[in-house]
Ligand binder design. Structure first.
Ligand code: XUL
Ligand code: CO
Length: 433
């Protein structure tokens, strides 16, 4: 045991009336909701990078957090792992997620990066066996190091593509060894700063080839997890190719990968793309590519990817509603891609941020489940489209323009507008919160 979380108890469910900060008011892991335990609906994961590797910097100032593992040695990386697994257990979080660069210090060469990642992977494996904590997904950090400043797969330099591909191979290997249930690709630098120096056609083709190579490798080694792309429109680049769910779907179709890849959808990224979270979730579901979520929230005023812990239950209820409609998670889960504010210095802040986030997710899930079970929202939606389920509606959809013109003239069709009933539906949704 380290002494980092000294005095902090394991967090348990105590119900809404409790005064205890270190307790869940809504998240009761074993409570059955819609025939499934809450923990199996939500499948919570802690993001290693924000909680254990992020130093608290912003564009105007550097490190604010002081952590005993902030140094470049393997010893420090192991201390970080010790503390991380202590936190997973305090929270009862069943999963975690990591990038290679969060868990091992950067080596001088690719070979050194690989051996360090292997050493930490073995260390994780022992801890996972001991604690029962599992890996939701692994990923490669192809955006922090300066070699990736002009992109990884989409770099103008083939050697960077090669380095990125080699790195992804090692990260899929690590994920596979640890029984990871997914592997994520977030292309933070796969985009451009200025079109003036960018050959978009070439870069897009490189990204497509890279993804095909990832899929080939997954099948070659028998990795059974899902490959997930995480869309984001911009930041750090001015424009990112994986802009949003719709854009990525077009890209997947283009490269014949729509049945091989699913989406990891992040709340804050949806907002940056000018969508709601539920829009991205619903679209991915409808396209058959829904995979997993990065749960967080963006500040609605700043326009940055602020990666705050989620706390808007109303929004979260709508998100989980779409997930329930998708049939729930299969390999995916709820990863808290969220970081403390830089003034939140205490170890307790890390725990309490997750406690609140897990509780809000549980409250959102319960509201979503009630809404789902009640069926009133779906009934109203179905009623709005009822005309399309009639023989007349089906005939209209099948007809060509000439016959429709003849029909409208002959039958003197004069459509009568109907209310969309938005406020009525908003009132209905609020009743479940
Ligand atoms: C960046 C982001 C990443 C991915 C994993 O905005 O969300 O942390 O989740 O690379
Ligand atoms: Co994310």
């Amino acid at each position: 045991m380290t002494d980092f979380f000294n005095g902090i108890p394991r967090v348990a469910f105590e119900g809404p009336a409790t005064e205890n900060d270190y307790a869940f008011r809504h998240y009761d892991a074993d409570q059955v909701v819609l025939g499934k335990k809450m923990k199996d609906h939500l499948r919570f994961a802690v993001a290693y990078w924000h909680s254990f590797a992020w130093p608290g910097g912003d564009p105007f100032g550097g490190q604010t957090f002081e952590r005993p593992w902030f140094s470049d040695t393997m010893e420090a990386a192991k201390l970080k792992a010790d503390v991380a697994f202590e936190m997973f257990q305090i929270l009862g979080a069943p999963y975690f997620c990591f990038h290679d660069a969060d868990v091992r210090p950067e080596g001088a060469t690719f070979a050194e990066n690989t051996s360090r990642l292997q050493e930490i992977t073995d260390y994780f494996q022992q801890k996972m066996e001991k604690t029962g904590v599992k890996l939701l997904w692994g990923t490669a950090n192809l955006f922090s190091h300066r070699r990736f400043m002009a992109g990884a797969a989409t770099n103008p330099d083939p050697d960077v593509y090669a380095f990125a591909a080699a790195t992804v191979k090692t990260c899929i290997d690590a994920t596979h060894q640890l029984g990871g249930e997914n592997y994520v690709l977030w292309g933070g630098r796969e985009g451009y700063e200025t079109l003036l120096n960018t050959d978009m056609k070439r870069e897009r083709a490189q990204a497509g080839r890279f993804l095909q190579a990832v899929i080939d490798y997954k099948h070659k080694i028998g990795f059974k997890g899902a490959i997930l792309i995480e869309p984001k429109p911009q930041e750090p680049t001015k424009h990112q190719y994986d802009y949003d769910v719709a854009t990525v779907y077009g890209f997947l179709k283009d490269f014949g990968l729509e049945n091989e890849v699913k989406m990891n959808i992040e709340q804050g990224h949806a907002i940056l793309a000018g969508h709601s979270f539920e829009h991205e979730l619903a679209l991915a579901r409808d396209l058959g590519i829904f995979g997993s979520i990065d749960m967080n929230r963006n500040d609605y005023q700043s326009g940055w990817d602020t990666d705050q812990f989620p706390n808007n239950v109303g929004e979260m209820a709508l998100a989980y509603y779409e997930i329930l409609k998708a049939g729930g998670f299969t390999t995916g889960g709820t990863n808290f891609d969220a970081k403390l504010r830089r003034q939140s210095l205490e170890p307790a802040d890390l725990i309490l941020a997750h406690v609140g986030a897990m509780d809000c997710c549980a409250a959102g899930l319960k509201a979503a489940a009630a809404m789902f079970e009640d069926g009133k929202l779906e009934a109203a939606r179905a009623d709005r489209y009822a005309g399309w389920d009639t023989a007349r509606g089906k005939d209209i959809l099948g007809a060509d323009l000439t016959s429709l013109a003849a029909k409208v003239a002959k039958d003197n069709i004069a459509p009568q507008p109907r209310s969309g009933r938005q406020e009525r539906l908003e009132n209905l949704v609020n009743r479940y919160l």
